[in-house]
Design a protein around this ligand. Structure first.
Ligand SMILES: C[S@@+](CC[C@H](N)C(=O)[O-])C[C@H]1O[C@@H](n2cnc3c(N)ncnc32)[C@H](O)[C@@H]1O
Length: 373
């Protein structure tokens, strides 16, 4: 049973999320009826089973025991996912391949989306045979086709925007050019003609191709300065596409670099700045990394779930991005760290993704505790 704990809740400004203290197996079983098919994105960052003894939790189970713990949770999480939802699982080299095989069985190989590689470290670890600088995020959809139809593209990077130039000082601003000829497969006769460039050079479409427009339209585009013949006016005609007419969105790539997504060290630094008096949480994820996950997998108002909440990164990011959220954590640091962190967020903290999201504070959350009766 889940019981609201008033003194740890902060719900005067409304409720954007639920923070739940308890073992995630029991909590997920409890949530299974209410939230079945309702969660748009699950992000989990379970203990990696790397033999460490962290200040807030142990990470050294026997391999098969670890695997069966994860499998049980994945099955429950799958049932909570919406039909167009997805699950993103952080993991490192030690268990990634075993986890992939187990997750394939639970979600179906046809629903495997990708493996993201996150550059979690930028410095070289010289004491080891190899300096391990990356982790993985395994991504599965509840239903691959449905997820692919709704997954968001990402805003264009500066590098993409910089590809637009303005060599002719066009008052409409920077542009890129694309070919003015297209495959002739479905061409009509009016797409085959000669174009005379400003320098007098005559161009015909190459073999097997035709012009993208008929002659009347092409003449209009040339008159409106929408066709580029190169600086000296002799080049093969190309069509100008203006930056101002574009909403630049790009397909996410699978290598996520530290300069965009932060590192384990930068995440720890953020926590240390927030809680200088607290034993630092050893394995937080950077807010920027989770922002990228939620930017692809969700839209404002969608429900996000993290069943291994740790220091509360997913809840903090979901809150700042106006997503609803559920966070589950077994450790007592849910009070000392997560609740305090979310109170900062509500007060409009200046850290993590605050600036890029234009976050100014507000909202609230409920704190619940799992009890057996
Ligand atoms: C790697 S940390 C997650 C870090 C988190 N992503 C962050 O940014 O802070 C894993 C967390 O899962 C919690 N955990 C482990 N087993 C759990 C269980 N059965 N139920 C709920 N939480 C659990 C641990 O206490 C730990 O805080």
């Amino acid at each position: 049973m889940l019981k609201k704990i008033k003194k740890h809740s902060c719900d005067e400004g409304g409720v954007s999320g639920e923070i739940i203290h308890g073992d995630n197996l029991l909590v997920l079983q409890d949530l299974s009826k209410k939230y079945r098919g309702a969660v748009k994105c699950v992000y989990i960052d379970p203990p990696y089973n790397n033999g460490e003894d962290y200040s807030h939790y142990m990470d050294n189970r026997e391999h098969l025991e670890w695997l069966s713990i994860i499998e049980l949770r994945l099955k429950l999480l799958r049932d909570l996912l919406a039909d167009d939802g997805s699950i993103w699982i952080s993991i490192d080299d030690g268990e990634v391949h075993y986890l992939k095989v187990a997750a394939d069985k639970i979600f179906g190989r046809e629903n495997f989306v990708t493996t993201v590689i996150w550059q979690q470290r930028t410095t070289r670890e010289n004491r080891k045979a190899f300096s391990n600088n990356h982790e993985y995020i395994l991504v599965y959809a509840k239903n691959f086709k449905r997820f692919a139809a709704v997954a968001n593209k990402l805003p264009g990077t500066q590098e993409i925007i910089d590809r637009y130039k303005n060599p002719d000082n066009d008052p409409r601003g920077p542009w890129q050019s694309v070919s003015a000829n297209v495959q002739a497969g479905h061409a009509v006769p009016s797409q085959f003609y000669e174009i005379t460039s400003p320098s007098g050079r005559v161009h015909s479409p190459p073999n097997g191709r035709c012009w993208a427009y008929n002659k009347a339209r092409m003449d209009k585009e040339i008159a409106e300065n929408n066709v580029w013949f190169g600086k000296d006016g002799t080049g093969v005609p190309r069509i100008k596409k203006f930056l101002r007419d574009k909403v630049i969105k790009v397909t996410p790539e699978t290598i996520w670099l530290a300069e965009e997504c932060g590192t384990s060290k930068s995440a720890k630094k953020q926590l240390l700045k927030m809680f200088p008096d607290e034993t630092v949480f050893d394995t937080p994820k950077p807010e920027e990394l989770i922002r990228k996950v939620l930017s692809i997998a969700t839209n404002p108002g969608d429900l996000v779930l993290d069943a291994f909440l740790g220091s509360g990164t997913t809840a903090a990011v979901a809150h700042k991005m106006n997503r609803r959220y559920i966070g589950i954590e077994a450790g007592d640091h849910i009070v000392d760290i997560v609740v305090r962190r979310l109170r900062y967020v509500i007060d409009g903290d200046a850290d993590g993704i605050t600036k890029v999201e234009g976050w100014r504070g507000g909202g609230g959350f409920e704190f619940l505790r799992y009890t057996a009766d």
